[in-house]
Design a protein around this ligand. Structure first.
Ligand SMILES: [Mn+2]
Length: 321
């Protein structure tokens, strides 16, 4: 069975896949997780006699060994042992570092303090390896935004079927210029897949994150069937202010919502900074981001061809402080 992804064919069925959550530079932890799953180095590259890995993205930023993590993942992908689906952090790196072809003195994403902060650990760790970093950026441009084989799907944040129907998995070279405009339809589609459904906080409400950033939007789930109030769909580490959580979902917000039905294939995402013991979100959706880089767990799901997420198929290693 092959993936529908032109140029990213993997001759393997869902039952032979291990899906791994957000790594964020935790390379030593990633090695421990791969070893626990039965992978070992051969010629320096992790491989398994029967299985392959799908990474949900966000290999870079924040953690202590970003260069090592990205090299390890890239070696596995280039050897045909893994596929990397892009996360919002890889896209941020590309937008932050690639010149805007229409205004070559600018980049695709403005170099604001907030945008600089997101990528600062990555650029610091590559400071003496700028040639390698440029080469990694060229490689990342060729990675897919989503992955699918019969019975199994992977995307970093949200499987929006309408977006996936109209977009190739790999961004075409000629399309990158459109990404300088965050309001372009391509920018909005990519944001939906890699950052999920973000809804505006009704004014005048603003949230402040644990890191001190002001937020005018919140992350929403895409699996609730009959949500009534905003609190039903909020899906993020910081809870909504109580008075906001109780607001009804109006028509404008309802039009923005994405639904993933429970008769659809298994879906794996990362992105959402979960805590505690890894567990299914619904019968067919699992998030594999358990905050590894905040000393949580680096999580994998071992698929054996099942039709529903099996609670015993999660594997993880704790991240030592
Ligand atoms: Mn992440």
């Amino acid at each position: 069975m092959t993936s529908r992804l032109a140029g990213h064919r993997l001759e393997i069925s869902a039952s032979k896949l291990d899906i791994i959550g957000d790594v964020h530079g935790c390379a030593v932890t990633l090695e421990r997780l791969l070893e626990r799953l039965g992978y070992s180095r051969k010629g320096g590259v992790f491989q398994h006699p029967e299985r392959k890995v799908i990474f949900v993205g966000d290999i870079i930023d924040r953690g202590p060994r970003i260069r090592h993590a990205l090299g390890l993942v890239r070696d596995m992908v280039d050897a045909g042992n893994a596929i990397l689906v892009l996360g919002n952090h890889e896209l941020h790196a590309l937008f932050y570092c690639l010149p805007n072809p229409r205004v070559p003195s600018n980049y695709l994403r403005p170099r604001t303090p907030r945008n600089a902060h997101i990528i600062e650990d990555t650029l610091e760790q590559f400071a003496n390896y700028s040639g390698d970093w440029l080469d990694h950026l060229r490689w990342l441009k060729q990675r897919p935004l989503y992955f699918e084989v019969p019975g199994l799907r992977v995307v970093h944040a949200c499987w929006d079927a309408d977006v996936i129907a109209r977009r190739c998995a790999v961004i075409a070279e000629d399309d990158w210029a459109q990404l300088a405009d965050p309001a372009s339809s391509l920018s909005r589609d990519i944001k939906r897949l890699t950052s999920g459904v973000e809804l505006p906080l009704p004014s005048p409400h603003i949230m402040t994150t644990a890191e001190g950033f002001k937020r005018h939007s919140f992350r929403a789930s895409f699996w609730h069937k009959n949500p009534r109030v905003l609190g039903d769909i909020a899906f993020q580490p910081d809870p909504l202010p109580t008075e906001v959580a109780q607001l009804p979902i109006d028509e404008a917000i309802r039009r923005e919502l994405v639904m993933y039905a429970d008769d659809q294939p298994l879906l794996f995402v990362g992105h959402y900074w979960l805590n505690g013991a890894p567990r299914p979100i619904t019968s067919n959706i699992a998030c594999l981001d358990y905050s590894a880089v905040k000393f949580g767990r680096l999580v994998a799901y071992r698929c054996e061809g099942e039709a529903q997420i099996h609670p015993n198929h999660f594997n993880w290693v704790y991240v030592d402080p």
